[in-house]
Design a binder for this molecule. Structure first.
Ligand code: F6P
Length: 399
């Protein structure tokens, strides 16, 4: 296993290859795990430094020497800020720019070596005209470069910009650590030291994400006999009220094309039992392991193990039950479930547990770590999470 040093993730790709989308996905995945990670976007620097003149395709013509030099200066300024931040306070920095020439990449490598950073190139290659057409159309609607411009004119200009970059494009050399994505999920190639755990995690996430917008529904199992007594953990079956909820849940989703993920606990499996769609039991969705406190009530814990009760109150996120888990551990365990959810192309329903759902929810909707164990997650509530580009929005549904 290689010891992780500060890491620069260097995006590579022509315009319209969703580099920023992928950067945001990486940022969320690692931030959720507690890494200090930040994106440095050269496009943003360009707009701030060069302003309006840099918004049209002429600015990207490699034959226009003065503009080419200006773009190089801006890119270097951005990377220099990245290096300052990464040295002082970061774990991972993402350098979000086209970086399509070997000369630019050699410069970046020399800067990484000088600063003692690890680095990996993430190259996104897309030659599917249908995907590109969609991206270009949506990009000209949302990009600050084309604000106040007519869509048809903006599209033509943006394609011109792409052609300028194509004229100088050199793919990343085999000898460099890299991950290459082809047509968003069609294929991925990996070329790095497999002992570097962060490189592996980056590749796993990139392998899972796709461009399909989908709904992710999260709910807890129906009421159990343990819930009635306020007992934690265990493997209790549903009460009559719990079965009622399971039936209602099924009717709510009638006719929808779904995949359901449940934990392998009886209460979650029973809640999914009325559905006849694809169902997958994932052990990693099991409730937080409360170790020596399993099957006790909170009052019993306070009486028998006052130190546990107090420590949980002091720092619930980091507190680990003796012979059990903490919320922090749970997030590590749930990485696999997040990858499974990300990789789906259709809507997903997760039927799991209170602590698990809090942690899953906090991946999609960011919360400070200390607040995660207190997110409201009552029984009989469904949360619908839907993607808004690389970010998410949510609503609560009652059934
Ligand atoms: O009480 C239901 C339950 O899912 C328990 O099994 C679990 O230990 C608990 O909730 C998690 O919530 P908290 O971390 O607030 O105790």
């Amino acid at each position: 296993m290689v010891e992780n040093r500060r890491l620069a993730v260097i995006m590579v790709g022509l315009p319209a290859r969703r580099k920023t989308f992928l950067s945001l996905k990486l940022q969320r995945y690692f931030e959720w795990q507690g890494y200090r990670i930040r994106i440095f976007n050269v496009g943003g620097y360009r707009r701030d430094i060069s302003g309006f003149k840099s918004s049209t395709s002429d600015f990207f013509d490699p034959r226009a020497r003065a503009f080419a030099q200006e773009r190089e200066r801006i890119a270097k300024q951005c990377f220099s800020d990245l290096a300052v931040w990464l040295r002082a306070e970061g774990d991972i920095a993402i350098y979000d720019a086209t970086n399509v020439t070997s000369a630019r990449r050699e410069y970046l490598i020399s800067e990484c070596l000088r600063n003692g950073f690890d680095y990996i190139f993430v190259e996104n290659i897309c030659d599917d005209p249908e995907i590109l057409e969609k991206i270009v159309s949506s990009k000209v609607n949302t990009s600050a470069d084309y604000k106040d411009k007519k869509a048809a004119w903006a599209k033509k200009d943006f394609w011109e910009r792409i052609r300028h970059y194509e004229s100088v494009y050199e793919t990343v050399g085999e000898g460099l650590p890299n991950i290459r994505l082809f047509n968003f999920g069609e294929r991925i190639s990996k070329n790095f030291d497999p002992g570097h755990s962060l490189y592996c995690e980056i590749a796993e996430l990139l392998e899972s994400v796709n461009l399909n917008g989908k709904n992710i529904y999260i709910t807890r199992h129906g009421e159990t006999f343990f819930n009635l007594e306020d007992r934690i953990g265990g493997d209790s079956p549903l009460t009559e009220k719990g079965v009622d909820f399971a039936k209602k849940l099924n009717s709510h989703f009638t006719g929808r094309d779904l995949i359901i993920f449940t934990s392998n606990k009886r209460r979650a499996v029973e809640t999914a039992s009325f559905f006849d769609c694809e169902k997958v039991c994932l052990e990693e969705l099991n409730e937080i392991n409360s170790g020596i406190c399993d099957s006790m009530t909170y009052d019993e814990i306070a009486e028998r193990y006052p130190a546990i009760h107090d420590s949980r109150k002091t720092d619930k996120f980091h507190f680990r039950y003796p012979q059990g888990e903490s919320y922090r551990d749970l997030i590590q365990r749930l990485k696999k479930a997040i990858l499974r959810i990300e990789s789906q192309r259709k809507d997903v329903l997760v039927i799991a547990h209170r602590a698990v759902n809090r942690c899953l929810f906090s991946y999609f909707i960011p919360f400070p770590q200390g607040d995660i164990p207190y997110i409201e997650m009552p029984l009989n509530k469904i949360i619908r999470i839907h993607s808004k580009d690389a970010r998410y929005a949510f609503e609560e549904l009652s059934i």
